[in-house]
Design a protein around this ligand. Structure first.
Ligand code: HEM
Length: 148
């Protein structure tokens, strides 16, 4: 009975994580080419602004459910490769978060171009979000395969 209950909770958490991840995937794909999409159809502007409003919620859901998934699996995992891929995935996720929040709160630091902030600018381009997301999906599938 307890096992069934825990399995249901595990299923719900995993489902929420994958739903948030899929929403993130779709949103980042749309934002990649939003200017052209708006020219094709005005409704993309509404869809995009909804996505922007939901960004914090999606990110929080990914972190919360992701941490629960880690706590659930960590005791049964003894593969170093699993831990390595998980750390890589978290690193890429932090990269996405930095792109989002640095771009949102851009400071005067970027107003005076120099070699350092030009390099930072390259690393925090919004168009990197979608390719990084694709790599995260790939790593997540690898984690799933290694765990089995
Ligand atoms: C853009 C961000 C993210 C995306 C696109 C993403 C995507 C996914 C997907 C698609 C799966 C399901 C794999 C499957 O069962 O087939 C998954 C599983 C998982 N995710 Fe994420 N995730 C993201 C962020 C996070 C974060 C922030 C954490 C941790 C804090 C996390 C931890 C996990 C864990 C532990 C699993 C279970 C892996 C396993 O099967 O052992 N994810 N993720």
């Amino acid at each position: 009975m307890t096992d069934t209950f825990i399995d249901i909770i595990r299923f719900v958490i995993s489902f929420c994580h994958v739903m948030a991840a899929s929403t993130w995937f779709a949103g980042s794909l749309i934002s990649l080419n939003i200017n052209n999409l708006i020219k094709i159809h005005q409704s993309f502007e509404t869809i995009f602004s909804h996505f922007i409003n939901w960004t914090n919620t999606i990110i929080s859901t990914l972190v919360l459910t992701g941490v629960i998934l880690i706590l659930d699996s960590i005791s049964s995992i003894d593969s170093k490769l699993y831990i390595f891929i998980l750390i890589l995935k978290l690193f890429l996720f932090i990269w996405i978060a930095l792109i989002l929040y640095i771009n949102r709160y851009k400071s005067y630091y970027f107003n005076n171009p120099n070699i350092y902030n030009n390099f930072v600018k390259l690393l925090i381009q919004s168009k990197l979000i979608f390719p990084i997301t694709v790599v995260i999906f790939l790593l997540s599938e690898l984690l799933n395969i290694i765990r089995i």
